[in-house]
Design a protein around this ligand. Structure first.
Ligand SMILES: [Zn+2]
Length: 191
């Protein structure tokens, strides 16, 4: 059997997030990337179980600046804060990134939506940028919505359990016999 060199190479899905900027004509370019099952497996965004988000990147290439507009549209599933069953969360948002090309820059300097990169850089890897954009777009609290009658659409078994746990353990008709016995002892001591 041949040694598997493929494992050393980057995942093909990750490669899709490397945008070539070297030798690209000035003007507007557009890319589409599927943030699909494989993307979410690789990204491992906290709480996100699965998802499918269509990403369109509009790239405007100027002499020393590249403007990138990211359009996200799709959904992710996140465990419900109440019952832990998955909730489908729609996503529809945009992010912007400005890339400045500098002759002496070494590596990438990032600050406040601006990347400064060397003008001879071959490509931009936006995988982590996309990871962060989706992470920041997620709501802080996710619960199943109520139905038209105002009842929660959470997992009914879990709801029942939660209700049982929140109920006081006893009511007045059902007094613990040990407590009754104790009361009698106290009463008799008074006399
Ligand atoms: Zn729920």
């Amino acid at each position: 059997m041949q040694p598997n060199f493929e494992k050393v190479k980057s995942d093909p899905k990750k490669e899709e997030f490397k945008l070539r900027i070297s030798g690209v004509e000035l003007g507007n370019h557009s890319f589409s990337i599927d943030c699909d099952k494989r993307f979410f497996e690789l990204a491992e965004i906290p709480d996100v179980q699965e998802g499918n988000v269509a990403l369109r990147i509009d790239m405007e290439v100027l002499e020393k600046i590249i403007n990138l507009d990211f359009h996200f549209k799709g959904f992710v599933t996140i465990p419900c804060d109440r019952c832990l069953d998955p909730v489908r969360v729609p996503l529809d948002f945009e992010e912007h990134l400005v890339v400045k090309l500098m002759p002496w820059q070494e590596g990438i300097q990032e600050e406040d939506g601006i990347w400064i990169v060397n003008e001879n850089e071959y490509e931009l890897d936006v995988f982590h940028f996309v990871y962060e954009a989706i992470t920041l777009a997620l709501p802080t609290r996710v619960v199943h919505p109520d139905d038209e009658n105002g009842n929660p659409t959470c997992n009914p078994d879990i709801l029942k359990k939660l209700e049982e746990l929140s109920q006081p353990a006893k009511n007045d008709d059902d007094v613990d016999p040990r407590w009754e016995a104790l009361k009698h002892i106290k009463e008799s001591k008074k006399h």
